[in-house]
Design a protein around this ligand. Structure first.
Ligand SMILES: [Zn+2]
Ligand SMILES: [Zn+2]
Length: 214
C-alpha cells in the first residue's frame, strides 16, 4: 500500500506553499507550484531523496510558476498544467514581476501539457482527478484524490478565506461557483492543502468560511 508523504516549502515573498508529494517507498513524487526560491526546493528534494517525476502547476500566477522552468531543467521532467485559459498569465510572468519590482527571479513558463476538467494526473502513484476551478485565475485547476479524500486546491480556497479575484482574469462569481459546485460536493471529510497558509477540511469551510455563507 503506497503512502503519500507531503512537505511544504514556502517560496517567494508571497510565502507560497510549494508542495512536494512523494511515495514513502519508491520516493517517486511531484513538485507542485515551484514559484521561486528554487535552491530551497532543491534542498528539500535532496533531503528527502525524492525522485522527481513531474512539475504540476495549479495556475499561472508568478509566485506559483516563476521557478517552474528552472525546476523542469534541473530534473528533466515535464510541466503539467494549469488549464490553457491561464496561458496569458504563464506568458506574462516576467512582465508582472517587473510591475512588482521583482525582475530576474520569476520566469515565463511554457507547460508541456495543459490540463482539462476530468483529466487525471499521477501523484506518487495515486490517481488525482483534475477539476477546472476558474475565478481566482481563469485556468486554475485543483487536484483531487478520491482514494485519499484529499485535494490540493491552490489559491481557490483557503482556511477561512478564498482566493482574491481582483487580478487580471479574476471573477468573484466564478470563484464562488467553482467552490460550491466542484469542491464542497466532494464531501465534508475531504482534507485540503492550499497555496498560502494552512489547509483544512471542506466541511469546516462549508460551515464556517465567511465567504461561503448563503
Ligand atoms: Zn494565485
Ligand atoms: Zn498564490
Amino acid at each position: 500500500m503506497p503512502k503519500l508523504n507531503i512537505a511544504i516549502v514556502p517560496v517567494t515573498p508571497f510565502e507560497q506553499n510549494c508542495t512536494l508529494m512523494w511515495d514513502e517507498d519508491t520516493k517517486r513524487g511531484v513538485i507542485v507550484d515551484p514559484g521561486g526560491d528554487t535552491d530551497r526546493i532543491r534542498e528539500a528534494v535532496n533531503e528527502i531523496g525524492m525522485d522527481v517525476t513531474a512539475v504540476l502547476l495549479t495556475h499561472g500566477h508568478l509566485d506559483h510558476v516563476g521557478g517552474a522552468m528552472e525546476i523542469k531543467a534541473d530534473y528533466d521532467v515535464q510541466i503539467i498544467g494549469p488549464h490553457i485559459d491561464d496561458k496569458p498569465l504563464c506568458e506574462a510572468v516576467e512582465t508582472v514581476a517587473k510591475q512588482y519590482n521583482m525582475p530576474g527571479t520569476f520566469k515565463n513558463v511554457m507547460p508541456d501539457q495543459w490540463l482539462e476538467e476530468g483529466d487525471t494526473v499521477d501523484i506518487a502513484g495515486f490517481e488525482f482527478e483534475v477539476l477546472h476551478c476558474p475565478g481566482h485565475a481563469p485556468g486554475h485547476v485543483v487536484f483531487f484524490s478520491d482514494e485519499l479524500n484529499f485535494a490540493h486546491v491552490g489559491d481557490v480556497l483557503f482556511s477561512g478565506s478564498i482566493g482574491r479575484t481582483d487580478l487580471p482574469g479574476g471573477n468573484h462569481d466564478d470563484l464562488i461557483r467553482s467552490i460550491k459546485t466542484k469542491l464542497l460536493p466532494l464531501g465534508d471529510e475531504v482534507t485540503f492543502l492550499c497555496g498560502h497558509g494552512q489547509g483544512g477540511t471542506f466541511g469546516e469551510e462549508r460551515q464556517h468560511n465567511p465567504f461561503l455563507k448563503a
